[in-house]
Design a protein around this ligand. Structure first.
Ligand code: SF4
Length: 287
């Protein structure tokens, strides 16, 4: 049975950059605290915890002198709070997330009400909404916008960076078809991450070729869940796993080919373990 990796796999540019900055910061200051996990991968968080990076949930839990902003960014309120406490702030926000934050800020400053296509509970989305001065809302459901009692006269749409492009287009379409005749202005900004788009396209191409897809990534990672949904939508059996240990021999029975893709926070070591486990199961004839 063939086992094939997607052409785009492993850490993305934004995660590599964030981890490099974190490593340098630990090298310079020793112990640091990150606001939330620096990336959405427990193994990576554990490794950096051993090096001296402690993850905290809220700014008031920071007890040291150095605060590291994770790759998915934070709101300006949080940055202000950290600055007011006199902390050294090291910002690893991905430039693609920064672009979405700037778009939200610019729209809001221009008096446009901001709608973010994204999970309202995701830290990246909360941060972007903060950059809009909380003048807007985040949702994955267009109906919550089209059924608003008081539609703002000027609406701006943007997306969480890691969302599925086809779903964003459908979201924009369904809002535009209802609100365009009722409001003065509708602005649409493309804040999707190109790296995520390429990775999703590569995963889809592979999912259409194979009979089983293994998606490796954190269950709390938006881009990983999105990859798994897309692979599954092709009709190919798809399993999301966080580590090689979760792969079950039964999944390989009767399959003709296996494809492997990963979220953007997965280190090469975990990919290696997954490939080793699949190869071992394949050779032992558990397929
Ligand atoms: S997936 Fe895209 S937006 Fe997210 S950290 Fe990676 S490069 Fe940045």
């Amino acid at each position: 049975m063939d086992i094939e990796k997607a052409s785009e796999i492993g850490f993305c540019f934004g995660v590599k950059r964030a981890l490099k900055i974190l490593e340098e910061t630990i090298g310079e200051y020793g112990k640091v605290e990150t606001l939330g996990p620096v990336v959405h991968n427990q193994q990576v968080v554990d490794r950096f915890s051993q090096l001296g990076a402690r993850a905290v949930d809220r700014p008031d839990q920071i007890t040291g002198s150095v605060a590291v902003i994770p790759s998915h960014g934070v709101s300006p309120d949080t940055l202000d709070e950290l600055a007011s406490r006199g902390l050294k702030v090291v910002d690893t926000t991905c430039p693609n997330v920064r672009r979405a934050q700037s778009a939200a800020r610019d729209l809001s400053q221009a008096g446009v009400w901001v709608v973010i296509f994204g999970d309202p509970l995701h830290p990246e989305v909360k941060g972007i909404l903060g950059w809009a001065g909380h003048k807007g809302m985040a949702t994955l459901d267009s109906v919550s916008i089209t059924h608003l009692h008081d539609l703002p006269a000027r609406l701006g749409l943007l997306s969480q960076t890691t969302r599925n492009p086809a779903q964003y287009v459908a979201f924009v379409d369904s809002i535009a078809s209802v609100v365009l005749s009722k409001i003065d202005e509708l602005r649409i900004i493309n804040t999707l991450c190109n790296i995520t788009k390429r990775r999703q396209a590569a995963a889809l191409e592979l999912a259409r070729k194979v009979s089983l897809m293994i998606v490796v990534g954190g269950r709390n990672s938006a881009n990983t869940r999105c990859l798994a949904e897309m692979c599954s939508s092709t009709g190919t059996e798809t399993h999301l796993v966080e580590t090689a240990a979760e792969i079950e021999g039964d999944w390989l029975k009767g399959q003709r080919a296996i494809g492997v893709t990963t979220g953007t926070s997965i280190p090469d070591s975990v990919i290696g373990e997954v490939m080793l486990k699949l190869d071992g199961m394949n050779h032992r004839g558990q397929s």
